[in-house]
Write a protein that binds this ligand. Sequence first.
Ligand SMILES: [Zn+2]
Length: 277
Amino acid sequence: MLLKKELFDFEDINKMKFFPGIINIYFHELSEENFERIIRWFVKHKYRFISTKELLDWYSCDLNYKGRLCHISFDDGKRSNRNLLKLCDMYDVPITVFVTTSALHSGNFWWEYVKAQYGDFEKFKSFDYDIFNGKIESLKKKHTINRSSFTIDELCEFAKNPHVTIASHTVNHPILPKVPNDVLEHEMIDSKEELEDILGDKIEYFSYPNGSLGEREIKAARNYYKCAFTTKQKYPSQTDDIMLIPRIALTGQYYRNLLKIFKIWQPIKKLFRFFNL
Ligand SMILES: [Zn+2]
């Protein structure tokens, strides 16, 4: 069975006989067509889209709204996210985009170089930090890749949209539990400060790259941010630690995993069919 223990708590599934009251989803990049289909599904089922600020209000029981809620975020800072803004405007969808700041300068993310060389990058996530860095630096010299990250100008323009909240996703997108203490501080603080300098606005939210974290990372996030997002695939609960906010990844691979769950979770089965994924 594909179902991994951390994918969903069975307790949650039992509660989900009907549509969840709140759902927190995230993407990296997706087509306008798929984004619109997803938005329209939530609109059809009477969900209201909320910003991260409103999500925090919900966590503190200050959000005065009794209907269904949906929070959407994007990790990494892909320039293709710009294409989705007109849909955010059209359907009044706030989004939070977690940006990796080194890619604003270099144009790309480390895994793109690994993919160019090996096709897959999963193995790299387990490397010790020094080995990881050495290999990535040599791959960067070897491959030229089309820019996939925002430029600084593009990010400034994107952030002007009132539906957009920009947040931090570290400087280099390392696997945080693998990095030494001083590098962890650099990754957490310098990404925040650079985004604040670029945008002239406070950066208050964080998402853990690859969802990788331990006690040390949670403590650091708590020092610098109001809340932090994980990749724990479950629904938000008001008892969550807001440094460990769960999110459901709507990706092709995830849907395949969910197939096992769909038998007992009808609304999402319909979602799956609707998106044709
Ligand atoms: Zn990421």
